[in-house]
Design a protein. Structure first.
Length: 305
């Protein structure tokens, strides 16, 4: 049915179990498909599998105050995703280099050697045996998580089961933005990115309560998360480039491109974030709770609470 609460869901608890089981099941099916073919999984497959884990963890954070098993299940999902991180890290560095240098008419020749080094690292990370072992382990763990998800229970009904988690994620993103406004360094921007991603997923889950408003809010949060993700990718590229030790001209050229792009990202992110997180957490939670009640009242099934 999708990564949203639906009016056809009989209760919030059942919706929670449905969404979690669907995500885990889809990840298992994607892993199975990749394992049926020789060679390492495609970049897009790795991306989708890791994204499923992020969605699951965000779902758990939304209901965390009402779900006793949240901490344990979050750790299991985190560890499953971590097993694939070596594949994704190599992919990101190579793609970010290409994105930064795209359209440059006369980059220094040393960049070709750097690209070659990153490509070799990508091939090493994607070595079929290592990649397939990691994928098989991921698949087994996600199958177990999906099986447990069908028995998860919530201590609370309706919006009451979601309100505290929604307010906490929004408040954490707002505080992380304020810290980034004071000093927009890589560490603070990365922390803000993670908190924005949580809130983005929560807004997506709740977008049916008022698609034109909450859906637009979710779209803006998604745009902000993408911007901050690009900043994080550039920082990951810096680490990868340092390990390759490129020639001085290529390193200086790339550093200039990276710094210019990061300045653009920070300016755009802070402007967008200032609008997105202008409201205080209690006010947003109360307002979205009213939207929920109105939406629930129009439901034939009637989500509990």
């Amino acid at each position: 049915m999708g990564y949203v609460f639906e009016q056809d869901d009989a209760s919030v608890a059942k919706a929670f179990r449905r969404i979690a089981a669907e995500l885990a099941g889809k990840a298992v099916a994607q892993a199975d498909h990749a394992l049926e073919h020789a060679g390492p999984p495609a970049d897009e497959t790795v991306h989708e599998l890791r994204k499923a884990c992020k969605k699951l963890r965000a779902l758990l954070r939304l209901v965390r105050p009402a779900f006793d098993g949240s901490r344990k299940e979050n750790a299991a999902i985190r560890d499953a995703a971590r097993g694939l991180s070596f594949l994704r890290d190599a992919q990101v560095a190579a793609a970010t280099l290409d994105r930064l240098t795209a359209g440059e008419t006369a980059p220094p020749g040393g960049l070709a050697a750097l690209r070659g080094g990153l490509a070799a690292r990508l091939r090493e990370a994607g070595e079929p045996g290592r990649a397939r072992d990691a994928l098989a382990a991921f698949r087994a763990e996600m199958e177990e998580i999906g099986r447990r998800a069908r028995r998860w229970k919530l201590d609370g009904k309706g919006f009451d089961a979601l309100a505290a988690g929604l307010g906490a994620s929004y408040g954490a993103a707002r505080r992380a933005m304020q810290a980034a406004q004071e000093r927009p360094d890589a560490r603070r921007l990365h922390e803000w990115r993670m908190r924005v991603k949580d809130h983005w997923y929560h807004a997506r889950l709740l977008s049916p309560v008022w698609p034109e408003l909450v859906g637009a809010h979710a779209a803006a949060a998604g745009e902000l998360g993408e911007l901050l993700g690009q900043h994080h990718d550039i920082e990951m590229l810096r680490v990868a480039v340092a390990a390759e030790a490129p020639e001085a001209e290529a390193a200086a050229f790339l550093a200039g491109l990276a710094q210019a792009r990061e300045r653009e990202i920070v300016a755009h992110s802070l402007a967008l974030g200032g609008r997105l997180f202008a409201e205080k957490p209690k006010a947003l939670t109360r307002r979205w709770g009213v939207y929920w009640s109105c939406w629930r009242d129009t439901s034939a099934a009637g989500l509990d609470g």
